[in-house]
Design a protein around this ligand. Structure first.
Ligand code: PGA
Length: 249
């Protein structure tokens, strides 16, 4: 089955609201590609001006995180219906920076994935191993565990609509992109894991991105791999280079 490519920028903690609008205006003409879903995941405070700035373009706006409760006494958190009301379609969940710096666990991420689906938000569910884990040879076991917990109580129909981002932690922001063979090996294993949990149709439908120092040079080889359906791009999504990544062919 031909899966549609999805290439998302993860802006992380960069760009003020006015800077965000200026960057979006610069990128709009560069990221046109009818064959690709293009998503800009921006800081929460940039969401409303970003949604306004992309009106009438092919770009969708995503959030970088959200909380798993509907509303209430959770100072500083953002609820799923707030994202939906603001015009957000995608949400990154379980990024390794959220796990590492803010203590998010696999079970927290599973709660967030469930909430995202309740609100028709497309989750971009992140997984990835550390350098130590890779050197110990436990990468695949580790990723399978992250995936199995993230998808607890998620139906096959929901899973079909999900996006998984495989991001080796040692490749994030380091300039050390995984080789396309390394990335394919893990993305293939992720698809096998989804096949075991659900079925062939679900494994065929779910989209799996690679992330970690993706740039205009490495994107073509990575995105040509059979189990890689696009990328989650940090640093290079804040530059004109993102246009070359979206038009990688
Ligand atoms: P990077 O970040 O492209 O800057 O390595 C990717 C990510 O963390 O999503």
């Amino acid at each position: 089955m031909a899966r549609r490519m999805i290439i998302a920028g993860n802006w992380k903690m960069n760009k003020t609201p006015s800077e965000a609008v200026a960057l979006i205006k610069e990128l709009i003409p560069l990221v046109k590609n009818d064959a690709v879903d293009v998503v800009f995941c921006v800081p929460a405070i940039d969401i409303i001006p970003a949604v306004e700035a992309v009106k009438g373009t092919n770009i969708k706006i995503g959030a970088e995180n959200m909380y798993f409760e509907e509303s209430g006494a959770y100072t500083g958190e953002i609820a799923p219906n707030m994202l939906v009301d603001a015009g957000v379609s995608h949400v990154i969940l379980g990024h390794s920076e959220r796990r590492g710096y803010f203590g998010e666990t696999d079970l927290d991420i599973n709660k967030k994935v469930k909430k995202a689906f309740e609100h028709d938000l497309t989750p971009i569910i992140c997984c990835g191993e550390s350098l130590e884990q890779r050197e110990q040879g436990i990468t695949i076991d580790w990723i399978r565990q992250q995936i199995k917990i993230a998808f607890l109580d998620i139906t096959a129909d929901q899973a079909k609509a999900a996006v998984i981002a495989y991001e080796p932690i040692w490749a994030i922001g380091t300039g050390k992109t995984a080789t396309s063979d390394q990335a394919q090996e893990v993305c293939g294993a992720i698809r096998d894991c989804i096949r075991e949990i659900y079925d062939e149709a679900t494994a065929d439908a779910i989209r799996i991105q690679y992330g970690g120092s993706v740039n205009a040079k490495t994107a073509p080889d990575l995105f040509a791999k059979p189990d890689i359906d696009g990328g989650l791009v940090g640093g290079a999504s804040l530059k004109a280079e993102f246009g070359d990544i979206v038009n990688y062919e």
